[in-house]
Design a protein around this ligand. Structure first.
Ligand code: ADP
Length: 499
């Protein structure tokens, strides 16, 4: 019984690990080297399973399969309606296996099971249904030309797409990348993050059960500098999509340009402002700012990690934000009612604790938390700092953990300048009941998403991506299709234009 276990118990996950090999050309296979690596349970640091470790040779094998599936296989040649039906069938299978997929996701990542089962896996199905719907609605145009030619555009798949995803939302990141790539008729080599390889392998099997031809989606587990770099620099990959840190994004862009100039889209880091104006409903703003930062253990690229609060409501806000953080339910993510599980691994855990120490040393006021939670695994207490100044490291760097930093502001001009004073530009939250304030801020903020009186709204139809060093390109919605299409202009001479 999940609900009755005490905090100290480690609940046995309600799922078995079935797939640990690489998925290449429709089959589960060992890595060429025979090497494996352990994937760990963040609740304890113990090994869940040994997973085949893909490297350059495995990426090469996967690219050969994807290339063949694109150049000679049925996938880009079948009717768009057939492709669409396979993707719809896949979404049905996701729903059928909802709890199993969710349990693997939670076990490997540490996020609350209720969130995996009720939000993320349903969103996975939603994203694939959205793109399944697009498959037979992608087409070119006829354009006027110069009058003596008939001009049309063909919207064609780009070819073999390389996709490198992170560990914070293993399934959603997979869906944002595979959905549009497959709807457009591309084939794919996807590398999961080394921290969270398990859920994608199960989902990969379901894709094939849904009727996906072999070689269309190949999944390689492995590390960044080896398997990831092999994808970014591969001469037979036509496009690479990456989500992860800004530092690695730069490497991907460099490898792409040094190899074959493959097209690149990047979704990178952030330090998103969450602006609470003087007229905001403070209770609602506290709750939403809490969600904006602490959701997913604070491991969101778009986390509202600079909470700017107007001086008139600042003291009340800080008190209430502190109380909310202290009340946050932290514990085994398989337990019912838990809001926060462990961080994904020891590296992230140590990094976050270092930032917390930095915050204390730099003179910010520690209102709540500040240490690990419990004595095993990678749990961290929900932490709140007030009196944070713009030049403190905790206000500039992406902490990627449950650490809220609250800053005070006096007026809109000032908060706009300070919010934009970041190398990042991923997202922003705005809390106000004044229409003019909302209108002004939505235009002035140099970010890819503005959430007004809400945060982290991620429907499949809404484009997501960054300004500045938060990335290049958009995922989700109609905008993502362009990442996976080439436009071919076809010009035909007209013998007798004077009809
Ligand atoms: P994080 O710091 O959140 O772990 P990373 O940017 O390091 O994010 O990782 C995101 C993804 O990028 C992972 O799949 C990782 O394996 C991959 N990666 C890391 N380094 C490289 C690299 N040098 N080349 C290609 N991919 C990489």
């Amino acid at each position: 019984n999940l609900a009755s276990a005490s905090l100290e118990d480690t609940i046995t996950p309600p799922v078995k690990v079935e797939h640990t090999q690489l998925l290449i050309n429709g089959k589960f296979v060992d890595s060429a080297s025979g090497k494996t690596f352990p994937t760990l349970d963040p609740r304890t640091g113990e090994v869940i399973a040994q997973v085949a470790e893909g490297d350059v040779e495995d990426v090469n094998r996967a690219v050969v399969a994807a290339r063949k599936a694109f150049d000679k296989g049925p996938w880009p040649r079948m009717t768009a309606y057939e492709r669409s039906k396979i993707l719809f069938r896949f979404a049905d299978l996701i729903e059928k296996h909802n709890d199993e997929i969710a349990a693997l996701e939670t076990w490997d990542n540490g996020k609350p099971y209720e969130q995996s089962a009720k939000i993320e896996v349903p969103m996975l199905a939603r994203v694939f249904r959205y793109y399944a719907g697009w498959a037979d609605k992608i087409h070119g145009m006829t354009v006027p030309g110069d009058g003596s030619h008939h001009v049309q555009t063909l919207h064609e798949p780009i070819g073999v797409a390389g996709q490198i995803i992170p560990w914070n939302f293993p399934l959603l990141m997979l869906s944002w990348k595979l959905g549009p790539a497959l709807a457009c008729g591309n084939t794919v080599v996807l590398k999961t993050a080394e921290q969270t390889p398990l859920s994608a392998l199960l989902v990969g099997r379901l894709l094939h059960e849904a009727g996906l031809p072999e070689g269309v989606v190949n999944i390689v587990s492995g590390f960044g500098p080896t398997a990831g770099a092999a994808i970014a620099s591969h001469m037979d990959i036509d496009k690479v999509a990456f989500t992860g840190s800004t530092d690695v994004g730069k490497i991907i862009l460099e490898l792409a340009s040094k190899s074959n100039l493959k097209a690149v889209t990047l979704e990178l880091g952030g330090k998103s402002p969450f602006i609470v104006c003087e007229d905001a409903d403070v209770d609602q703003a506290v709750e939403m700012a809490h969600f904006a930062l602490f959701f997913n253990q604070g491991q969101c690229c778009c986390a509202g990690s600079r909470t700017f609060v107007h001086e008139r409501v600042y003291d009340e806000f800080v008190e209430k934000a502190k109380a909310r953080a202290i009340n946050r339910a932290v514990g085994d993510p398989f337990k019912s009612g838990i809001e926060q599980g462990p961080q994904v691994d020891s590296e992230q855990f140590e990094k976050i604790l270092k930032y917390i120490r930095h915050g204390v040393d730099s003179g910010a006021t520690l209102q709540a938390g500040g240490d690990r939670h419990g004595s095993k695994g990678y749990y961290i207490q929900p932490t709140v700092f007030s009196d944070v100044k713009d030049d403190m490291l905790i206000a500039k760097d992406e902490i990627f953990g449950p650490v809220q930093t609250i800053l005070k502001f006096k007026n809109l001009d000032e908060v706009i300048a300070r919010a934009n004073n970041s190398r990042y530009g991923l997202a922003a939250g705005v809390f106000t009941q004044n229409l003019d304030t909302a209108n002004r801020l939505m235009r002035a903020l140099r970010v890819g998403s503005v959430w007004i009186n809400c945060f982290d709204v991620f429907d499949a139809t809404i484009p997501f991506g960054g300004y500045k060093m938060s990335g290049i390109g958009r995922e989700k919605g109609i905008y993502s299709l362009n990442n996976y299409l080439q436009v071919k202009a076809v010009v035909t001479s007209i013998k007798n234009p004077a009809w």
